[in-house]
Design a protein around this ligand. Sequence first.
Ligand SMILES: [Zn+2]
Length: 296
Amino acid sequence: MQSSVFHRLFLLLPLAYQHTSNDADHKVTHWNYEYHGTNWGGTCQSGVEQSPIQLAYEKAYTVPLPRIVFKNYDVRLKEPLMLINNGHSVHMDIPETQNGNRPYITGGLLKGRYQAEGFHFHWGSPTTRGSEHSINKRRFDVEMHIVHRNVRYNDLKEALKHADGVAVLGIMFKIVKNPDRTYPGLNKVFAATSNVVRYESESEISGSISVGQLLGDLDTRNFFTYKGSLTTPDCNEAVTWTVFSQILPIPFGHVAKLWRIRDSSGHSLINNFRLTQPLNGRSVFYRTPIDGTKGK
Ligand SMILES: [Zn+2]
């Protein structure tokens, strides 16, 4: 039976991975999405506040949290802006703005400032959806993550050692045949995506963008927020998640470009999402304007 073979594989793989792990800190040096994270080891296995999770309006505590405040999100970033295929996703480091400031966020569950460091995407395949979080058991075609670092820590590596170190914004996209609106910033990003099919290839995004342009016309007043982890090794439990509940439209052609991306082995990089993780008693909060309607 195929299922018993699968079970045996799941039992054997964590042992296999011990060989590539550093015993001191359980670093997983080589990893992929073949088993959607079930074989990653280290904190990815032993952690109890892991991400992604299933989000649900009925189970979240609707609380009067402050909205997320975006600073310097409307200012164009310093060029060149480089998109890179890192073998796990399509990624861009976020530099300072053209007037020398850093885009950062405050508000929500966050205490203090969190500076934007980079963004990347998670996607599925022509037959599967690729979002990491689900909302009311629905998953979406693409999930974008904008990673931020608490400015009290010197760099992302240091921030990942602290529970309040990192803030990630999650934005969901759904393929729409003929979108009634498109987003200039994301259009530029996806234009460059065609040039980073090969592992470790880089491409300059033509023209300038602001971090805010990545959000399109997203209504940022409504979001889920909770304490969790990175969704990639080493799955550090350092992340305050803010996942917006509005789903943005994305043209099929943009997502098809993601499906063409290749990993370090030259295989199609598809379904680069981790499976949802147990909540383990954590609280998930939902923020919506007082007079707003609670999602749909
Ligand atoms: Zn991510």
